[in-house]
Design a protein around this ligand. Structure first.
Ligand SMILES: Nc1ncnc2c1ncn2[C@@H]1O[C@H](COP(=O)(O)OP(=O)(O)O)[C@@H](O)[C@H]1O
Ligand SMILES: [Mg+2]
Length: 457
């Protein structure tokens, strides 16, 4: 018996003007594995605790198998929760720890068969008669999972269950959790701030920022089709290169994207989504290039769809199997706030009311946009990108006292053996099939969904 979980416009307010979670809407299928992903403080645990019933829902509805469930006490929800700080009873054996919830439910029943089956599933049969203090961190976390599993819950809620473990063990247990939940077929909601963990575990990944859901998609899609620049920047290592740019679309001649010191000339005939860029003429946009979209090679090696750029080597990070080359191409990186940790924002009603009046045309425009998006139900929490300086003027002359060049704006992968001299210039080829363009508000304009290879829809 596994359950469907639906949240409709669920909000959580602490105090009068702090919203930890803002109109969160998500429907989870029975048996599905959904990961809540976002920086620390963005409201993930709060969502999980509202599903568990440990936190009251301030506004909105929680449905379990289609039934209104806001008021159902945690005990009656049939859910099991695993936390980061798994607390086992130190004076009980691991067997007793795993059996504890069963004993609470039914004190007289003999649960040994069920405890042993659970332990077998987790590979901890041999430690059942020891005490928690006699186990390694990984074994202890397995006992904690065993305690959650033994009751055969209809939902698993896991809140950063692997965060306290070392990297190797974390990867190992991650794979086990994926297998185990599949085997049990239990609806699982898993919270993490680690994008790699999210990508490897989830049927779908729900990305949050500042209490607001940004996107819910299968892992391949959040990576390939991030709906906004925050999602693009949060997912993927090394982080996507985000550059401030301007579309240059003359009436005659080729369209190009101006990166400050250099331009990306768009090949003719224009692809459908490059055509869409025409309306951005003269506006500030953000170009996103993942490291796999750029390679170090001379223009003579260009394949169809690749255009040339060049960069100056600032720094090479040797990584064993590859190297990350930090280059300077003379463009300005776009800044995405809240990537590391988010503060809850003032309540959105107030924000919407005042945003139009705050100083600066950007903020004003955003207030309008927020209102529109609020209506459409696809909200981005606050400005996604800070374009704090005026767009680069392509005709501007570089002067020594105000350098237009900010170092290290592009990170590219190479083989570990490529010899590169710091300060040396290298030729680059950019694969335009992997070019992302976001508008000034951080919403993706390019690519259009159908243009992404290997994705349906
Ligand atoms: N009991 C509480 N009282 C006041 N603020 C809280 C409380 N619990 C959480 N918050 C705030 O709500 C926001 C979201 O917290 P949380 O859901 O724990 O984030 P995450 O799990 O994504 O790190 C944070 O800014 C946090 O400080
Ligand atoms: Mg948390």
């Amino acid at each position: 018996m596994t359950r469907a979980i639906s949240l409709h416009h669920v909000s959580k307010s602490y105090g009068r003007d702090r919203r930890a979670v803002d109109r969160f809407t998500l429907s989870i299928e029975p048996g599905e594995f959904v990961v809540l992903l976002g920086p620390s403080g963005c409201g993930k645990s709060t969502v999980l605790r509202m599903i568990a019933g440990l936190e009251e829902i301030s506004e909105g509805e929680l449905l379990l198998d289609g039934e209104f469930a806001n008021h159902i006490p945690p005990r009656e929800r049939g859910m099991a929760m695993v936390f980061q700080n798994f607390a086992l009873y130190p004076s009980m054996t691991n067997r007793a720890n795993i059996g504890f919830p069963l004993k609470l439910e039914n004190p007289r029943e003999d649960n040994s068969a069920r405890i042993e089956a659970t332990a077998r599933m987790l590979g901890i049969e041999h430690v059942l008669d020891r005490y928690p203090a006699q186990l390694s961190g990984g074994e202890r976390q397995r006992v904690a999972m065993g305690r959650a599993i033994s009751r055969r819950p209809s939902v698993f809620l896991m809140d950063e269950p692997l965060s306290n473990l070392d990297a190797k063990l974390r990867n190992h247990l991650r794979a086990e959790i994926a297998l185990l939940t599949k085997e049990l077929g239990v609806t699982t909601v898993y919270v993490t701030h680690d994008q790699a963990e999210a990508m490897s575990l989830g049927d779908r990944v729900a990305v949050m920022r500042g209490g607001v859901l940004q996107q819910v998609s299968p892992p391949r899609e959040v990576y390939a089709l991030p709906e906004n620049v925050f999602v693009a920047a949060f997912i993927g290592t090394p982080r996507i290169n985000l550059l401030q740019a301007v579309v240059h679309a003359p009436l005659e001649g080729r369209m190009s994207i101006d990166l400050g010191r250099q331009r990306l000339a768009l090949p003719e005939p224009l692809s459908p989504d490059h055509q869409l860029l025409r309306i951005q003429q003269g506006r500030r946009i953000i170009v996103g290039l993942r490291s796999e979209a750029v390679r170090i090679a001379p223009p003579s090696h260009a394949r169809p769809g690749e255009v040339a750029l060049s960069g100056i080597v600032e720094h090479v990070e040797y990584q064993g199997h590859e190297a990350l080359v930090h280059l300077n191409t003379g463009s300005r990186p776009a800044v995405v706030p809240d990537l590391e940790s988010a503060q809850p924002r003032p309540m959105s009603r107030r924000r919407r009311a005042t945003a139009g009046r705050t100083a600066g045309s950007t903020q004003g425009a955003l207030g309008v946009l927020d209102r529109l998006k609020g209506r459409a139900g696809a909200r981005i929490s606050g400005p996604v990108v800070t374009l704090d300086e005026p767009a680069p003027d392509p005709t501007a002359v570089r002067t020594p006292d105000r350098p237009s060049v900010i170092s290290g704006d592009l990170v590219v992968r190479t083989g570990p053996d490529m010899r590169l001299r710091t300060g040396g210039q290298v030729p680059l080829l950019v694969d335009l099939a992997h070019l992302y363009v976001f508008d000034h508000y951080g919403r993706r304009i390019c690519p259009l969904p159908q243009d992404v290879p290997g994705l349906d829809g």
